[in-house]
Design a protein around this ligand. Structure first.
Ligand SMILES: Nc1ncnc2c1ncn2[C@@H]1O[C@H](COP(=O)(O)OP(=O)(O)O)[C@@H](O)[C@H]1O
Ligand SMILES: [Mg+2]
Length: 233
């Protein structure tokens, strides 16, 4: 069944006929083949598909991290220009997009607090402001007591919570999560999933890739990639 967005839901990212090719052994391989998809405020989209089907590629394009080989990517109704690099495309879009990955991608030599504060460093905020904002997010996520520790001192579930805090600190309208529970045991996976659902209920749009159909079932809409195409489940 198609789920129609209410008229008032503002479109954040829209992909129109997006294709992505990579060089393969026997010429170019089309990983995405004419994919169209909109991400609106309040959406919670789960994307499934076999390994190598193009899920991460699609997330990178939705997250404005890379231009597609062809097709149009729009942010809030305006076509995105990738000419000056992906980071510029994100910044030009006005609001940052938060990312969470399977392997957490925390920096081991930095404290939890400094990991969370990194996106604010790039915004040029003063150290005291960065620390205060980061601590506030850690408090919201219930891990403020870990602020001074290193990522390696934490459990997988706690590490992912820190990575989510880092994605949240710049107050993104959209969070992109690439198999966020892929490295976690079932209990921690469930905790992280519950946190992501709560953030979505608080208004943050969420696009999540997962292998776990039970987790995908908790999204508001589900899509599957197969043979370069995206189909609504
Ligand atoms: N930068 C790249 N260069 C060449 N091939 C790539 C690149 N990124 C991904 N691919 C290939 O594209 C296909 C889809 O990759 P990916 O989007 O990572 O899939 P998934 O996340 O579903 O496992 C794979 O065959 C992968 O090897
Ligand atoms: Mg992937």
């Amino acid at each position: 069944m198609m789920v129609h967005q209410p008229e008032s839901a503002a479109t954040l990212v829209a992909l129109q006929s997006v294709s992505q090719c990579y060089p393969g052994r026997q010429g170019m391989v089309k990983v995405l083949d004419g994919v169209s998809l909109s991400v609106c405020q309040g959406d919670f989209i789960a994307i499934t598909g076999e390994s190598g089907s193009g899920k991460s590629t699609l997330l990178n394009i939705i997250g404005l991290l890379m231009p597609p080989s062809s097709g149009v990517v729009s942010y809030q109704g305006r076509p995105v220009s990738f000419g000056r690099g992906a980071e510029m495309a994100q910044r030009a879009a006005g609001r940052p997009i938060g990312f969470v990955f399977q392997q957490f991608n925390l920096i081991p030599s930095l404290s939890v607090l400094d990991n969370v504060a990194l996106p604010l460093l790039y915004q040029g905020l003063a150290p005291a402001v960065r620390a205060a904002q980061s601590l506030a997010v850690l408090e919201t996520l219930g891990i403020a007591d870990k602020a001074g520790q290193r990522p390696d001192d934490l459990s997988g579930g706690q590490k992912q919570r820190v990575a989510i805090a880092r994605a949240l600190v710049a107050q993104p309208a959209l969070m992109i999560a690439d198999e966020p529970t892929g490295s976690l045991d079932p209990r921690h996976a469930d905790e992280v999933m519950t946190l992501l659902c709560e953030l979505n209920q608080a208004g943050m749009a969420l696009v999540m890739v997962t292998h776990d159909l039970a987790l995908a079932a908790r999204a508001k809409s589900r899509w599957r990639i197969a043979a370069g195409r995206i189909v609504h489940d």
